[in-house]
Design a protein around this ligand. Sequence first.
Ligand code: CA
Ligand code: CA
Length: 580
Amino acid sequence: MKRKLLASTIGMALITGSSAFAAGVTDAMIENDAKSTNDVLSWGMGQQGQRFSPLTKVNTGNVAKLVPAWSFSFGGEKQRGQESQPLIHNGKMFVTASYSRIYAMDSKSGKKLWKYEHRLPDGIMPCCDVINRGAALYDNLVIFATLDAQIVALNQDTGAVVWKEKIDDYAAGYSASAAPLIAGGLLLTGVSGGEFGVIGRVEARDPKTGKMVWIRPVVEGHMGYKYENGKQVENGISGTTNKTWPGDLWKSGGATTWLGGTYDPSTGLAYFGTGNPAPWNSHLRPGDNLFSTSTVAIDIKSGKIAWHYQRTPNDGWDYDGVNEFITFDMNGKRMGAAADRNGFFYVNDAKTGKLENAFPFVNKITWATGIDLKTGRPNYVPENRPGDPTKGPDGKKGNVVFSAPSFLGGKNQMPMAYSPKTGLFYVPANEWGMEIWNEPVTYKKGAAYLGAGFTIKPLNDDYIGAMRAVDPKSGKIVWELKNNAPLWGGVLATAGDLVFYGVPEGYLKAVDAKSGKELWQFQTGSGIVAPPVTWEEGGEQYVAVVSGWGGAVPLWGGEVAKKVNFLEQGGSVWVFKLAK
Ligand code: CA
Ligand code: CA
């Protein structure tokens, strides 16, 4: 108890000013992360995931003077996609890299302190490149998930492994690449592998020991569990077995929670998005297929689902609903917003899940004409659903349809930002479509479970990506900046009225948050597919981003992948500050 009090006192000192003490990261510090400017303790720059910094030292008037402070190479032969968000605490930067690696550097000089390379088995099955999106900090630990579905906790000072836990069997298709979420003293993680028919779920552990506290499957029909004195105790079925899933399909139902969650202390709920129901061929599973393609709000104390909001019931396009649910205040209420892969932007009541607003944030949507605000359900265009293969001419291939957005989404994993100052969301959107068709498929452990074929195609000659400032109240796009390649990195907004984001062409850009006017850019030497962060140290404001082209686009992008195959891989962190 004494130690806990001391830690939180030092934590407060760190929040209000600078401290040389090697203080552990506390729950209070994490809850205050969005406001504390001298650290970045969580993925999302705060549990709500707003990615907004109150810092104004770098602003629209001086951002043109931003220059590199240091750069650090991940080295080795391992490059590929670098989607990681750095964390900064106590003079150290912690950043994960491709192939389940993590590095610690001196945050001011970039000097390497230690690295940890997780030993990966040969048979890992990551769907969308060998990426990792970042770590979590708790006490003196830095914790991250690995491609062979493990969680590793390391000592922040030495990089020594403190604990390691297995999430599940990588040979069945499980993997993990999201940054864990710390909420209310719990470590919350999800799973990847929806394309292999694994079961989506959220797990809560004791961050200090890795011991399981509760487990909540997000495919309807599966039992939740809690762990008391080392014993597994049943904690209620998720939903009702077979209510929205026919036959045995829920047993390999997918709906993986592969992107990190967010948390709002005012609701006590953790918000995790869920992926596609498996397989992709929707004719095999008539029904809504809960809780796929949804935001699932979980009461962290009980481990039970408080509410869910499903965006693409009976999904037939791989419109994963995993995109981050960012809570914010609108019309005097705590709301949450998500820009879905399916092309619509949604605003829900953060406490109840009630749909408050929904509108398109991309130009072309073929699968639905809109979202009914009364029922919360989409108005489908039935003829634009990929056809049933059993009704095709040879029983092997269903009707081919052209769908927009493509399954890589109007927005994918790259997190958007919200500025309470402008009241706008900054959404990295993509305009693309796909030819998609269904094929017969049966589940086989560890094998791709799609029952579909596809080719992604651009919709316009001159651009795919579009950074868009979106008004959540009116649904209007206030400004947009087109980009030739698809956007795949995240966004940072600041009180200096700046929006930072990177592009696959290698530039980190700063633009005016109100007008979208481009004010600064820097070429990082490889494509950017990761979200930038900012913090202050020694009286100066720093901006950091990871550079390294890769991710799902080069692997699955079809005709789009051919368009961007000139981009070079890499692996480095870039840090900037104002020239003196
Ligand atoms: Ca902070
Ligand atoms: Ca998917």
